[in-house]
Design a protein around this ligand. Structure first.
Ligand code: GLC
Length: 751
């Protein structure tokens, strides 16, 4: 070997020797590995175990629950997390048990359902979705995180990103509606709001994409029921919001769903958890089960006992067990017997520890326990202002004949009718959790604060009996005694504002309804009032689309006000009197009746779409229109907007630029959500007749014009086939740009 070669080899050896040892990907992984190496198997399993505290029961507590052992288990390092413990002093107490008493002092992570605000409540998530305002939605989540962390919490079980087309399902109130593109954008905004820019900051929370997956497709809209959908729907409709939460917002945790997927409970679905989530998507956070979803595999008929639950769930990729007690009871034995490899436990525990390190809990387990911050942040005036802004933006104007709205500010003799009109609790919606009862501004208070000359009559009670969570509501179907007084008031009034809809607990988990009409005696009240005064503005207060056909046919004005949270009454008053020009658009289709469900905008064409000469041979009903009462993306304004000059330019094999001119032809400034839909006309699997692939919410001054631009790329134009392969196929596409999913300027392009 020549001298020069020897010298080269020598130099190379020096260089290699100076390389840092193969460190884990980052310091946190090093810390995780170091800690893991010190842990016993029992301590590792403890990190995979979560117990509920005693504040809020959000599921069926198991009869033989380990409530009696909870504190002992925490002190022995057998509890990695608590849920439903809140408040600085309580969190500190629990954390001290873990940190001071257990051998390694591993801090617990405290999870809670921070769904739409914490103490200051924002509108229910479905209402926020109606704003189509991603910045406002992110800010809403940010504020929720600031308040929740001020109460000691560091993990929220949100956002719920389940797509659903079935308003019978009570949990539609908790998501972003029926559309995957909108739902993905909103899910990302919420995760970014919760997690902020720095997860180790004292006012940021780990977020949780839930419920993985397809929970929104429960049959019959009955909660916890069977789900049976094709894989093309799974890949194209259900999974994208979860994938976006990882890829565009780095969500740190996932939660399983209660339902089966292809016959296997999600909690033990290798396909979902290992193949897709941790495999294809490379998710490096951790997965928690839903409340007892592990133990429920026995009822599903997938596990014979709790030991097999633990084996199946752990091996499939569930990393933490909420309220099944399966891991804490059986995982050590399962590892010792070889049914679960210790490497499976190590992977799960590493994921949990990684998030705890990222949150800074090892640096200071009590960083979230600051009494001063708790006092300062809860109900902060800035939070109340943001909640009002979000509420106004969430309101959808459904009808406004003869410009009855906005009411003039010196409008005299307004009759305000309906039990919900002075209800300070229902506007808080379900999943208010830490929110305090009766803290909403009612519509009556909002109108009075506005200085309106308003007289109130309840009409009919909406519910009777106790309403405390989690009991069934008793709807009033007999006591009509208040109708007479309401009619009398309406008769002598110039305009009637009727606030009708659902009680705050008529929607949410375990709140499925088989009838979507106005509950109880409200419709009768409405029609009795209408007989004496047709000048009615209906303000809907509800947690899901309702079948308000009669109102749509007969009333001059309808506002969809959902459940708008703490500032509800103020927001509604500002819209009624025109201080805010409503800009919301429906995130979910309104059916004509329950039999119409599922009805959604992005349906397939079928082989017999309605066409000339088809006589009766097409997908229709003999006895009613198949068109929705109100379509996805629909919403009016006090302005009017004119669309013109649609331009479509193919600027590359995978790039299309679209532009349109929108003019505010009204006499007040207003915001318009300009929506872009595509239709891939021929593809290797059939594609929906239209799909939302872009939207821009723009403020346009009265009389002004705005040019709105969109870019379509492979990401928007592609789709998944039934095996999860993402395809982008050249061909002909229709494009529509407009103010909702049915009306707009049309064009086409070819790639
Ligand atoms: C509930 C819900 C889930 C929630 C969890 C903890 O059953 O399904 O969304 O986060 O339990 O409260």
């Amino acid at each position: 070997m020549t001298r020069s070669v020897l010298f080269g080899v020598f130099v190379l050896m020096i260089l290699v020797a100076c390389q840092p040892s193969q460190k884990p990907t980052n310091d946190i992984d090093q810390k995780v590995n170091d800690l893991l190496s010190k842990m016993t198997l029992e301590e590792k399993v403890g990190q995979m175990n979560q117990y509920t505290g005693f504040y809020d029961i959000t599921g069926p507590a198991p009869a033989d629950g380990d409530a009696k052992n909870k504190y002992d288990h925490i002190k022995s390092g057998l509890v990695g997390s608590m849920l439903n413990v809140r408040g600085v002093s309580e969190v500190r107490k629990m954390q001290q048990l873990a940190v001071d008493s257990s051998r390694l002092g591993i801090p617990m992570i405290f999870g809670f359902d921070v769904i739409h605000g914490h103490k200051t409540l924002s509108p229910i998530p479905l209402a926020e979705a109606a704003s189509w305002d991603l910045e406002a939605i992110e800010k809403s989540a940010r504020i929720a995180a600031v308040e929740a962390t001020a109460e000691g919490l560091n993990w929220t079980f949100a956002p719920m990103v389940d797509i659903s087309r079935d308003p019978r399902w009570g949990r539609v109130m908790e998501g972003a509606g029926e559309d995957t593109y909108l739902g993905s954008k909103i899910g990302v905004a919420r995760v970014r709001g919760f997690q902020g820019d720095d997860l180790s900051a004292v006012n940021t929370l780990a977020a949780c994409a839930k419920h993985f997956a397809a929970y929104g497709f429960v049959e019959g809209g009955r909660d916890y029921n069977t789900v049976d959908i094709g894989t093309a729907t799974l890949y194209n409709v259900v999974l994208p919001p979860f994938k976006a939460a990882i890829e565009e917002a780095n969500v740190r945790t996932f939660m399983n769903s209660f339902n089966i997927i292809n016959g296997i409970p999600s909690t033990a679905s290798n396909f979902l958890l290992r193949d897709i989530l941790k495999g294809e998507w490379g998710f490096d956070g951790f997965v928690i089960s839903d409340w007892s979803s592990g133990a429920e595999m026995i009822a599903h008929g997938y596990a014979k006992d709790l030991e097999q639950v633990a084996e199946l769930a752990a091996n499939a990729g569930s990393d933490m067990d909420m309220e099944s007690y399966s891991f804490v009871k059986h995982l050590v034995n399962l590892v010792n017997s070889g049914k679960v490899k210790e490497s499976v436990v190590d992977d799960a525990v590493s994921r949990v520890l990684r998030v705890k390190f990222e949150l800074g809990l090892f640096d200071d387990p009590y960083k979230y326990c600051d009494e001063e911050r708790e006092k300062e942040m809860i109900y902060h005036p800035d939070h109340m202002a943001a909640a009002l802004d979000m509420a106004k933006k969430s309101i959808v104007l459904l009808k406004n004949e003869n410009a009855l709205l906005p009411l003039s500010k010196n409008q005299k003799k307004i009759a305000l009718i309906g039990d919900l009109a002075d209800d300070k609790d229902s506007p808080l919606g379900n999943w208010r959790m830490a929110g305090e009862s009766n803290t909403a501004v009612s519509v009556l208070e909002g109108l009075q604060e506005f200085g309106a000359d308003v007289s109130f009559a309840e009409g009919v009670k909406l519910v009777t009996g106790p309403t405390a969570f989690p009991i069934e509501l008793e709807v009033n179907t007999t006591d009509k005694s208040g109708i007479k007084e309401a009619v009398k008031l309406a008769k002598k009034s110039d305009v009637v504002v009727m606030v009708l809809g659902e009680h705050g607990l008529h929607s949410g988990e375990a709140r499925s309804r088989s009838d979507l009409n106005l509950p109880g005696l409200q419709q009768e009240l409405l029609e009795e009032v209408y007989k004496v005064n047709q000048n009615i503005v209906l303000v809907l207060m509800n947690g899901r689309p309702l079948t308000i056909n009669w109102a749509d046919e007969n009333l001059p004005a309808i506002i969809e006000a959902w459940q708008l949270g703490t500032q509800s009454g103020k927001a509604i008053a500002q819209v009624l009197f025109g201080d805010y020009n409503p800009s919301g658009k429906l995130p979910m289709t309104f059916p004509r009746n329950v039999a119409h469900i599922p009805v959604y905008y992005n349906q397939f064409n079928s082989g017999r779409p309605a066409r000339e000469g088809s006589a009766i041979f097409w997908p229709h009903y003999m006895d009613q229109s198949h068109e929705p009462l109100y379509p996805f993306g629909y919403g009016l304004s006090y302005s009017t907007f004119d669309y013109s000059n649609l331009k479509v330019n193919v600027t590359g094999p995978e790039n299309v630029e679209v532009s349109v001119t929108v003019q505010n032809t009204g006499d007040v400034d207003g915001e318009e959500v300009v929506q872009l839909y595509i239709h891939d006309k021929v593809a290797s699997i059939v594609r929906p007749v239209k799909e939302l692939k872009g939207f821009n919410k723009v403020m346009i001054k009265a009389g002004d014009k705005a040019e709105v631009n969109f870019t379509l790329t492979k990401k928007e134009l592609g789709f998944y086939n039934g095996t999860g392969e993402f395809l982008f196929e050249p061909g002909e596409f229709d494009v529509m740009v407009g103010s909702n999913s049915t009306d707009g300027l049309k064009s086409s392009f070819e790639l």
